[in-house]
Design a protein around this ligand. Structure first.
Ligand code: CP
Ligand code: NVA
Length: 308
């Protein structure tokens, strides 16, 4: 049966840890020279309904480094579900390439794509989640602290797609996850329920708070993301009035564990959810985190294509 990568919660904790172990190995191999061509002759179609820097470039480079190739399909090219039905796009592409990575607005569209494709589909961000980001986040945290088990990871800001995948990967790997979100901007309740089940299975906890100060107390990792995600631009003015108390600034970071690291999936809106001083300061791991997209995704693609 083909294996899609649509959500980290579709995988077991052991599967996720195995992919992270592979990412560590592939990163080491790459940094020592170059990767073995384990994806020789394999091709990826990259469908984008929204802009991207990291996802586009890191997947393209991941395929090339492993001996494969990737094709970028911009929002203007396919018109997913508009020029052509998702079912038809899926069945056509299934005959041309070995794997699809897609960034969509509506999570239902990636599920639909996966349903009709006879090849694996990877979720490169939907309105619900961002599993590839979560793999890079977990890799970055693991590099810093050795393991996620027992750590306190705090997410501050909008309970969005990134907050959901981070919650699930933390729960799967045994990290305690605390969210501080303003009223009306909580994570999806069904996603929270999934997270709580996963957390129960690893002995970790998920705590949803309103107060960012209470949330960062004892935090080993402080994570934030944009206040306005792609597709929500019409709400940005309203959100700019709600979110300022949730800014990750030096004063807030000083309330966390002394060795705390700060993560952000990027792109950052400096002066809004994160200040320059924090983004460029000693606690920041923003750029190693972005670079880890490359290594984590190599592991995901190699795993689902059975090449590892
Ligand atoms: N973090 C992330 O997914 O970045 P891009 O939107 O640039 O791909
Ligand atoms: N939450 C952001 C993440 C971008 C990588 C968005 O969906 O726009």
């Amino acid at each position: 049966m083909k294996r899609d990568f649509l959500a980290v919660s579709d995988y077991t904790s052991a599967d996720i840890q195995n992919m992270l172990d592979l990412a560590v190995q592939l990163k080491k191999e790459y940094n020592q020279g170059k990767n073995k061509p384990i994806l020789q002759g394999k091709t990826m179609a990259m469908i984008f309904q929204k802009p991207s820097l990291r996802t586009r470039v890191s997947f393209d480079m991941a395929m090339r480094h492993l001996g494969g190739d990737a094709l970028y399909l911009s929002p203007a090219e396919i018109g997913l579900g508009q020029r052509e039905s998702i079912a038809d796009v899926s069945r056509v592409l299934s005959g041309y390439v070995d794997v699809i990575m897609a960034r969509v607005f509506d999570h239902a569209h990636i599920l639909e794509l996966a349903k009709w494709c006879s090849i694996p589909v990877i979720n490169g961000l939907s309105d619900y989640n961002h599993p590839c980001q979560a793999m890079a986040d977990a890799l970055t945290i693991q590099e810093e602290f050795g393991s996620l088990k027992g750590l306190h990871v705090t997410y501050i800001g909008d309970g969005n797609n990134v907050a959901v995948s981070l919650m699930h990967v933390c729960a799967q790997l045994g990290a305690h996850y605390t969210l501080a979100t303003p009223e009306g901007y909580d994570v999806d309740p069904k996603a929270l329920e999934i997270g709580q089940k996963l957390a129960a299975s690893t002995g970790s906890t998920i705590t949803a708070l309103r107060d960012p100060h209470a949330a960062v107390k004892n935090a080993h990792v402080i994570y934030t993301d944009t206040w306005t995600s792609m597709g929500q631009e019409a709400e940005s003015k309203k959100r700019e009035l709600v979110f300022p108390p949730y800014q990750v600034n030096e004063a807030l970071v000083a309330e966390a564990d002394k060795k705390a690291i700060v993560l952000h999936c990027l792109p950052a809106h400096r002066g809004q959810e994160i200040t320059d001083a924090v983004a460029d300061g000693s606690h920041s791991r923003l750029f190693p985190q972005a670079h880890n997209r490359l290594h984590a995704q190599k592991a995901v693609v190699a795993t689902i294509l059975g090449a590892a």
